[in-house]
Design a protein around this ligand. Structure first.
Ligand SMILES: [Mn+2]
Length: 380
């Protein structure tokens, strides 16, 4: 495994109270000095070390093609875009998942439990290793059942992390409440400690320890109309902070993000795991996905979410899942969905909509000596 890059520092070290003000002044001065030095030398921003992990897994849902998501996102230029933002990208390639023979239904309903359990275990080990080596980790899926692996692997290194879940659905059914039997609609319930007395032991999941509390996660999803009664029950009765599209309409995305960070960071700053399902966007923007829902996020709302997460400086891992190149009605639709995925990830690492300019950029002026000479000659 390639190693490199410094482990991100999560917040400032604790200081004896007597020197807090002085230390604050020193830190500010140091920051000012660093800013001035950077300006003078036109240094790029400090590079993030990013591990890229492809997870071509499709058995958490029923549509063919989502295992081709990593290739589509790579082809849309992800690595180049991240490198252009100053990131040092370590592409670990695609994980290979062992086929599990005779992966029978659990409870006559839940599909491919052993395959999903094993794939998540493999991904958990990879994410854990990448974060331990000092990288920020980008997992490109693949279906959303993999978040069981990415989040549990991430918590091995960062036990106090928090999760922002952006999705058309809440993905919080349990194996006993699911109607479809697809595990990509259930990953959150596997991770939450408070739900464990409602969770059966599924074959393939004996390795998993629930690693999140309900106060560690904020869920944004599209529409109650398409969210099961169970999901709404769990969100409300277990006190999970969530925002539907109606909430986003009512409050605006700026307020929603402000409240998200208040909830997750009010006691202390901590690493963020963003789990982003491309179906959170309106299907007009992300058509090539398995379970689209009308009335999803606009491009601007999506970019605002990831810009704000970048601005915290606390992002530690991202999942970008459910891009399915076989479900676009045309190549244009596939390209649009994959490009959107690249935009989401790039914005997580500093791409802005405002653009930028060189620190020493100067506008040209019309009064240069050459031009004066020219004028003289014309007059003569
Ligand atoms: Mn999802």
């Amino acid at each position: 495994m390639p190693r490199g890059g410094a482990r991100p520092a999560w917040g400032s070290p604790a200081l004896p109270s007597g020197i807090r003000v002085l230390a604050g002044a020193v830190f500010s001065f140091a920051r000012l000095l660093r800013k001035q030095a950077d300006s003078a030398l036109q240094l790029p921003k400090p590079a993030h070390s990013v591990a890229l992990i492809g997870a071509p897994f499709a058995r958490g849902q029923r549509r063919r093609g989502v295992d081709r998501g990593p290739a589509a996102i790579r082809n849309a230029g992800l690595t180049k875009r991240l490198a252009g933002l100053g990131c040092q990208v370590y592409d670990f390639g695609d994980l290979s998942f062992t086929q599990v023979p005779n992966d029978e239904l659990y409870n006559n309903l839940v599909k491919y439990p052993r395959s999903v359990g094993l794939a998540s275990q493999v991904l958990a080990d990879s994410v854990s290793g990448a974060v331990a080596a000092g990288h920020r980790c980008v997992t490109i899926g693949g279906d959303h059942s993999l978040a069981v692996g990415s989040i549990s692997g991430h918590t091995r290194q960062c036990p106090h992390l928090c999760v922002i879940w952006v999705d058309a659905h809440a993905d919080i059914n349990t194996p006993l409440t699911t109607q479809s039997g697809n595990l990509h609609g259930q990953p959150v319930s596997f991770l939450l400690r408070e739900l464990q007395d409602k969770m059966p032991m599924l074959p393939g999941f004996s390795w998993l320890k629930p690693c999140l509390s309900t106060s560690d996660i904020v869920v944004k999803f599209d529409s109650c109309m398409f969210t099961s009664e169970t999901a709404i029950y769990i969100l409300k009765n277990y006190g999970i902070q969530y925002y539907s599209m109606r909430d986003i309409d009512r409050l605006g995305i700026q307020k929603v993000m402000e409240r998200t960070f208040e909830q997750l960071m009010s006691r202390r700053q901590r690493p963020i795991h963003l789990s982003f399902d491309i179906d959170a966007f309106d299907p007009s923007l992300a058509p090539a996905t398995g379970t689209p829902v009308l009335g999803g996020l606009t491009y601007r709302e999506g970019m605002y979410i990831t810009e704000e997460i970048y601005n915290t400086g606390l992002l530690s891992a991202v999942d970008l899942v459910e891009v399915n190149p076989l479900l676009g009605a045309s190549q244009e639709e596939v390209n649009a969905t994959a490009s959107l995925a690249v935009d989401v990830i790039a914005t997580c690492f500093g791409q802005t909509r405002e653009g930028t300019h060189a620190v020493l950029y100067e506008l040209p002026t019309p009064s240069s000596p050459d031009e004066s000479d020219g004028e003289e000659q014309v007059r003569l």
